[in-house]
Design a protein around this ligand. Structure first.
Ligand code: GCO
Ligand code: MG
Length: 439
């Protein structure tokens, strides 16, 4: 065909009929309702009939029946989060346009002036999740669709196996493998376990508080032996992980990473505390053990240099500690550029709303690596209908619009938040001489 004929052919095409989707006005799309505004912001805190310290935020809008749910749970400072939400943030948010997620996120963040703190980030995260929930409900789409659509069918999880000795750890890893888990984190006696010397087995200075003493050199010997044993028993198929939970001083952390290299770790978690992240460069120099970091991160200046410097392999922040879905998606996109993967944190104290917020991000991103497993008793499925399901090592949300979860408020009211006096005691680990270890 001559070029001229081709052009003539084009001109003969009928003009494209404008589709209703492209031409409907805002008023038509919203059935004549005026622009939305936030009507009420309510905090609902509950123990969920257990020792949970869950704080939820319900954001209701000017459209009857349209609301969103967010998680602000912080097991260590639950009552501070409640006060911050009720006294400082709710009055600022009421009357605002819930469609403007980014603007509300930024204006809330700077409104605190001092930022990147845990309580502020919990509040920001709860608002952010609730606004994405609202947007999804209005669009009739699950949040992952608003983020770009499904990039996988479900979310692979890693499980957490513990045991008093090598044999028991092995048994518990096997149990998870039988359930279908391909990734299992192995600990021996809790965080720091393997390095804890029981009371009475060492000479202690007078006045040292009671309890076991952490010895990092002991840990440095015990943990590589545990993984040598597990590899010998389980073969190379299962993907093994370990959480150091920051207990080590930097030079010992570097040495541990090196000693674990032969055991083909999927990753080692939080080998350094946030204050010592510059030492990741040292770890990179001596070995290829993959590093996962970020459970305690709250500030972009903590994760950005590690990701852009390719100094870690997995970022594992808690979504409700960094600013919710908006923040997590930005972190995930940064990771994609630098070849780092995600592994959002989901400790046992976490709640189903935060779990689903993580799930929706996971479903839509390319930089996804793995997500930590967290499971709930049956009662929680009654309390929070729509809570994600775990099956064969995968997390399944539902395709309902928004986050796909609701809170049974009447039931939650029966189980208000309670003060658990010793809830944070486990974080204070001491060396034999009585000094405090980073938890
Ligand atoms: C993990 C974590 C948790 C945290 C806990 C803090 O699962 O990786 O380290 O167990 O310690 O969530 O509240
Ligand atoms: Mg951890």
């Amino acid at each position: 065909m001559q070029r001229r004929d081709f052009c003539r052919g084009l001109l003969a095409l009928p003009a494209l009929a404008p589709s209703a989707f492209a031409t409907q006005s805002y008023a038509q799309r919203t059935r004549g309702l005026p622009r939305l505004s936030i009507r009420e912001v309510r905090v609902m805190a509950t123990s969920a009939g257990s020792d949970y310290q869950w704080v939820f935020l319900k954001v209701t809008t000017s459209e009857p029946g349209l609301y969103g749910l967010g998680s602000a749970s912080n097991v260590m400072q639950a009552f501070s989060v409640v006060a911050a939400l009720e006294k400082h943030f709710a009055p600022f948010w009421v009357g605002k346009d819930p469609d403007r997620i980014e603007d509300l996120w930024q204006s809330t963040n700077v409104r605190s002036y001092w930022r990147n703190g845990t309580v502020l980030n919990n509040a920001l995260s709860a608002l952010d999740m609730a606004l994405w929930d609202i947007k999804g409900k209005r669009a009739g789409m699950p949040v992952y669709d608003l983020l770009g659509g499904k990039a996988r069918e479900a979310v692979p999880l890693y499980a957490h196996a513990d045991g008093r000795d090598q044999r028991e750890v092995e048994e518990n890893v096997r149990k998870y493998m039988e359930e279908g888990y391909t990734h299992v984190r192995a600990q021996m006696g809790g965080y720091g376990g393997g390095g804890l010397i029981p009371q009475g087995q060492t000479q202690r200075p007078a006045g040292r508080p009671a309890g076991s003493g952490f010895d990092e050199d002991l840990y440095l010997t015990t943990i590589p032996k545990l993984f040598e044993y597990l590899r010998a028993q389980l073969g190379s198929g299962v993907k093994l992980l370990h959480d150091v939970h920051e207990h080590l001083s930097p030079t010992v952390a570097v040495e541990l990473a090196k000693r674990l290299e032969p055991y083909q770790m999927f990753f080692v978690e939080d080998i350094l505390p946030p204050e010592q992240i510059a030492w990741f460069r040292q770890i990179r120099r001596v070995c290829s053990t993959p590093m996962a970091m970020g459970e305690l991160f709250t500030n972009p200046q903590e994760w950005a240099p590690l990701i852009s410097g390719r100094l870690i392999d997995f970022i594992r922040c808690r979504v409700s500690q960094v600013g919710g879905i908006t923040a997590a998606k930005k972190i995930a996109d940064l990771c994609e550029t630098f070849g780092v993967r995600t592994a959002w944190q989901e400790g046992g104290d976490n709640d189903p709303v935060n779990q689903l917020a993580s799930y929706h991000v996971d479903m839509a991103i390319t930089s996804f690596g793995i997500q930590e497993e967290n499971h709930f008793p049956d009662f929680v499925y009654e309390l929070l209908p729509g809570t994600a399901q775990l099956k064969g090592g995968y997390l399944y949300g539902n395709d309902a619009p928004g986050l796909g979860i609701d809170l049974n408020e009447a039931l939650a009211a029966k189980y208000p938040l309670k003060y658990v006096p010793n809830a944070a005691d486990w974080t204070t680990v001491r060396r034999v001489d009585g000094s405090v270890v980073k938890p």
